[in-house]
Write a protein that binds this ligand. Sequence first.
Ligand SMILES: *Cc1c(COP(=O)(O)O)cnc(C)c1O
Length: 297
Amino acid sequence: MDLLSHSPPTPLQELHNELCEKAAVRLFVKRDDLIHPEVSGNKWRKLKYVLKEVKQLEIDRVLTFGGAYSNHLYALASACSELDIKAIGIVRGERPVEESATLQFCRQKGMELHFVTREEYKLRQSEEYQSSLSQQFDYPYLIPEGGTSVLALPGVSELTTEVKNQLGIVPDYYCVAAGTGGTAAGILCTGANVVAFSALKGGGFLKDEIDGLIQDYQNPGILDLQTSYHFGGYAKWNAGLLDFIDDFKNRFDIQLEQVYTGKMLYGVFDLIKKGYFSRNAIIVAVHTGGLQGLVRK
Ligand SMILES: *Cc1c(COP(=O)(O)O)cnc(C)c1O
């Protein structure tokens, strides 16, 4: 259970630069990319209490869903091999001739992979489909896509406790990349304000998803969902984004990737430029990890 109990706070790193000085804001990066070499960032936060529950219930297997490049599958495969839990991954799309590095890693960690058509994958939230999977795979504990459920929120919330201790106050804004919205929800439910950057095109639906996740919490923070920093859609990017990521690495010695955190920080800098944040604002951008999926130019 070491993986789930050992959790020193991740560093909070201030980004000193001219743009922030001019705009009179302070920008910090919460380095959740440093949480664990494989169970990275928000996936570790989201899985922590889910996997604790699996252990407590003494269920020996879990089943989840993801694409061929899923950081969630990657993190879960690693965590489960460390915790001695059998992991089954339902993968979107026909089995390719050559599997992605992510899927190869999952297999090495002992995850059993099942490829389903995109049509079938769309059923992943249907109860009927889930119960047929349950039977087929001998009653595993089901973890939704991205590890996102209300059970993911307490783990994510812990990052805000760390930040409060590190800064002495609650920041004015958290900035975070959003795929399913679970990470944004976990921060909002503590009462902190969140600017969420959709990594997907047409990310407007995330508002309802996030509202649904936090509906049982009193006094959540304010959500601003930014939907125009997707760079063409999920897992799409351009040379401008890769240049930004390179430049960011050179200036701040922090590696980002092109699916989530690169887009989010590009958006943060753009919003600072546009005067979006109030003067003297304290901004914490969460580095949610995911560096296994980094592409290089
Ligand atoms: C999965 C992931 C996200 C998206 O998190 P959600 O909780 O699904 O919104 C953001 N950043 C990285 C690096 C991720 O791997």
